[in-house]
Every structure is written in structure tokens, then in C-alpha cells.
Design a protein around this ligand. Structure first.
Ligand SMILES: Nc1ncnc2c1ncn2[C@@H]1O[C@H](COP(=O)(O)OP(=O)(O)OP(=O)(O)O)[C@@H](O)[C@H]1O
Length: 257
């Protein structure tokens, strides 16, 4: 588990004059599950990439346990992308070993059993359904027991039962491993179900316009009335503030649910 401190004035890409992010300042405590919700193009993926050192940041803008991020962060980071990104020419076990070459067969099988894929280690991605491939990507992230887990809309475009199953699986693994989590989503219901705290980002350039704890005791099931009540209260308390965020095209369907 790590704490994460973000303090950045601005983020630009070299090939564009437009500011993507900033100013942005927040802290994530060890073991905390934070959801980032915001309109499309507000820099959420950019921020995750900066935290994972896949994108440049200035010295001191990102700190793990109070220490500035370096090219090789000295904490284990798991990253689950929108698409599973499995190597099609490698088996399930070989895909998992990409992140942990020393993992032995029983370790691989143990994590596959946890994600409901026991006995599937020798299969190739093309033999798996879309939902199963996402399970492999979750197994790959948790195999390293990450201190910090970054998730970028991992359940988008899945059918509702599959997405529900994978959210439960994510919650179980998080409770077990207690990684610090940053979860990007467009789905407010999903954020409320999973997160300890939600940060709402403005339209680009992304800044935090609302930082709210989700004070609902766990476990939280998707059809739990407390989630809907909490959402209604949030939307009535902060209607004006969140209007821009929740009326963005990609979020419209969510706020109607
Ligand atoms: N490598 C890059 N070079 C230049 N501009 C980029 C690059 N990557 C992203 N951008 C731009 O930065 C802005 C933020 O993109 P980003 O993908 O971080 O937003 P996002 O909030 O994750 O969007 P979405 O919710 O649609 O996934 C966009 O305008 C995008 O076009």
C-alpha cells in the first residue's frame, strides 16, 4: 500500500497548445479506493499514465509515500486498461508471466481460480470470451500484489451481468490485497458502489471540482437502495456544480439510470 500525492500546475502535450490538466492537487491515503469521474477528454487517462510513469511529469508533481516519482517507481503498480491488452500469441499463463516471470504454476493457477478461470492457463486469448479476457487482465494486475492499482474504465462496453460480476471480483481482490486504487469511470453508479471517495473533474483542462467521501458501509450491492439514495442526495446537493460533468454526452445515460 502506498500514499499518493498529486500536485501539478499544468500538463501540456508537446504537440499541442491546449492545457490538458491542472491545477490539480489531491492526496490518496494508503489502501484508499478513489474514483475519478469526469467528462471525456478531461485528462483522466493522461493522469493515470503520469502516475504510472508512462507519461512525463515534472519533478515533485507526483509522490509515492512522500517521495518524488522516478522513472522506476519503487512500488509495485498494476494497471488495468479499457481493453484487456493480452498478447494473442501467448497463452493465459504466459500473459500472466509477462508481469511476474518467476510465478510458478501453482501461483498462476491460484490467481486464475480467484478470477473464475481455473484450468484455463494453457488457452490462448482467442479461445476466451471478452469477459474472460478481462478476468485475465484483472488476474495479471493482482498477480504482482500491487501497492497501487490504476484502472481506466475497465468494465466499459461489457453487458450488465458481466460488469456486475467483475465489479464484485474487483472488490473482493481489493479487500484481500488492500492496494491503493485509482479508478477512472464515466459511470457514477459504479463509482458509488466501489469507491471510498469520488473526485469529480471539470471539463478540460481537468481540475477537481468536488471531492466527496462515499460514506456507505460495505458490502454494497448494485441494487442496494442506499446507493440510489446517496446518488439522489449528491445530485440534489451539488446539482449546479455537477451539471457540466453529468451532462457531458458520455455521462448522460448514467445520470438517467
Ligand atoms: N499523446 C498525446 N498527444 C497529444 N494529445 C494527447 C495525447 N494523449 C491524449 N491527448 C489529448 O489530451 C486530452 C485528454 O485526453 P485523455 O485521454 O487523458 O482524456 P480522458 O479524460 O481520459 O478521456 P476519455 O474519458 O474520453 O477516455 C485530449 O484532448 C486528448 O486528445
Amino acid at each position: 500500500m502506498v500514499s499518493l500525492d498529486i500536485a501539478l500546475q499544468s500538463k501540456f502535450y508537446a504537440n499541442s497548445p491546449d492545457k490538458v490538466l491542472g491545477p490539480l492537487s489531491f492526496r490518496v491515503s494508503p489502501g484508499e479506493f478513489v474514483a475519478l469521474v469526469g467528462p471525456s477528454g478531461t485528462g483522466k487517462t493522461t493522469l493515470l499514465n503520469m502516475i504510472a510513469a508512462l507519461e512525463t511529469s515534472a519533478p515533485g508533481e507526483i509522490k509515492f509515500n512522500g517521495a518524488p516519482l522516478t522513472d522506476k517507481p519503487d512500488c509495485k503498480i498494476g494497471y488495468i486498461f479499457q481493453q484487456p491488452r493480452l498478447m494473442p500469441w501467448l497463452t493465459v499463463a504466459e500473459n500472466l508471466r509477462l508481469v511476474k516471470p518467476v510465478a510458478n504454476e501453482s501461483e498462476i493457477e491460484a490467481i486464475l481460480i480467484k478470477v473464475g478461470l481455473g484450468g484455463k492457463s494453457a488457452l490462448y486469448p482467442k479461445h476466451l470470451s471478452g469477459g474472460m479476457q478481462r478476468r485475465v487482465s484483472i488476474a495479471r494486475a493482482f498477480l504482482t500484489e500491487p501497492d497501487l492499482l490504476l484502472l481506466d474504465e475497465p468494465f466499459v462496453s461489457l453487458d450488465a451481468p458481466n460488469a456486475d460480476n467483475l465489479r464484485s471480483l474487483l472488490s473482493e481482490l481489493w479487500v484481500e490485497q488492500k492496494s491503493t486504487v485509482i479508478f477512472v469511470t464515466h459511470d457514477l453508479n459504479e463509482a458509488i458502489q466501489l469507491a471510498d471517495r469520488i473526485l469529480f473533474l471539470s471539463a478540460a483542462p481537468g481540475t477537481v471540482i468536488l471531492d466527496t467521501p462515499v460514506d456507505i458501509a460495505r458490502p454494497r450491492l448494485p441494487d442496494d437502495n442506499r446507493l440510489q439514495r446517496w446518488k439522489s442526495d449528491l445530485l440534489s446537493d451539488y446539482a449546479g456544480l455537477l451539471e457540466g460533468v453529468l451532462s457531458a454526452p458520455v455521462l448522460k445515460s448514467v445520470s438517467r439510470r
